[in-house]
Design a protein around this ligand. Structure first.
Ligand code: GLP
Length: 256
């Protein structure tokens, strides 16, 4: 795990956007793993700016989303497919084409079968080259909530009360409007990405970041499974890094 501690969230975004730019420069047909949540938004804004400046294009890339709500209206602005279309596709944002943005089908007649098909589709494309991740305050990645299997594949799951509370801000602050179920890539699906880039910013993430980097691997903090992946970069701002016992060492290692 490479841990980069930056003075601010915007500096995390600059570094993350550069990693993506370097990947598509060397592999224009890269398979990207894209995340929702507010954390990657500044990174997506930088990617759009780079595309507008003619410095980068995802035109030949495919992208797979981490997760989707179950039973959300197809045209709901917070449906993750619609969120990602806005950030990466609409108005030729990054060059990524709508047909190359894959998202789990939360409205399938058989969501379980759709989840398995989604997992297979990722494998058929040769797997994700670079997976972008945020992290929930309870240590979830994608929508893999505490207490799930550390070896799960894409599956239908139930959202915790905490996650629905956290996400209520996207639903007029009303938790009753937040869906109760999701389809999410499983932890083993995420772990099969070749490279992983996790961004965590702000004070609300400090406990999750502490466990992610320095806790024991446990289903109680699902993100800790990333300690078993050989190519993970974690970008945190000072607020999210506040509880890290070995922060000075991580800084030294990052700089050298
Ligand atoms: C949701 C998403 C996760 C994301 C998390 C954190 O639960 N499914 O992929 O990492 O929110 O969101 P934020 O970045 O807004 O804190």
């Amino acid at each position: 795990m490479r841990i980069g501690i930056f003075p601010s969230a915007s500096e995390c975004a600059t570094y993350a956007a550069q990693m993506l730019a370097d990947l598509v420069a060397s592999t224009p047909t890269a398979v990207l793993g894209v995340a929702t949540g507010s954390t990657p938004e500044p990174t997506y804004a930088l990617l759009r700016a780079a595309h507008a400046a003619g410095e980068l294009s995802f035109a030949e890339c495919e992208a797979f989303a981490l997760d989707e709500y179950v039973g959300i209206d197809a045209d709901h602005p917070e449906r993750y497919r619609n969120v990602l279309l806005r950030h990466l596709v609409t108005d030729d944002a990054t060059g990524l084409r709508a047909e190359n943005l894959h998202t789990p089908d939360g409205n399938a007649e058989d969501p379980h079968a759709a989840a398995l098909a989604y997992d297979r589709a990722i494998a058929e494309r040769g797997g994700v080259d670079l997976q972008i991740l945020g992290i929930g305050a309870d240590g979830h990645i994608g929508f893999n909530e505490p207490g799930g299997a550390l070896v799960s594949r894409t599956h239908v799951d139930v959202l915790t009360h905490q996650t629905r509370l956290d996400n209520a801000r996207f639903f007029d602050g009303d938790i009753t409007k937040v869906p109760t179920h999701c389809v999410t890539q499983g932890l083993a699906t995420i772990m099969s990405a070749k490279k992983i880039l996790l961004i965590a910013t702000g004070d609300a993430k400090r406990a999750a970041v502490k466990e992610l980097c320095e806790g024991g691997v446990s289903a109680f903090w699902p993100a800790t499974i990333l300690q078993m992946h050989e190519d993970v970069t974690v970008l945190v701002d000072e607020a999210a890094a506040a509880d890290l016992a070995l922060a000075d060492f991580y800084r030294e290692r990052w700089e050298n």
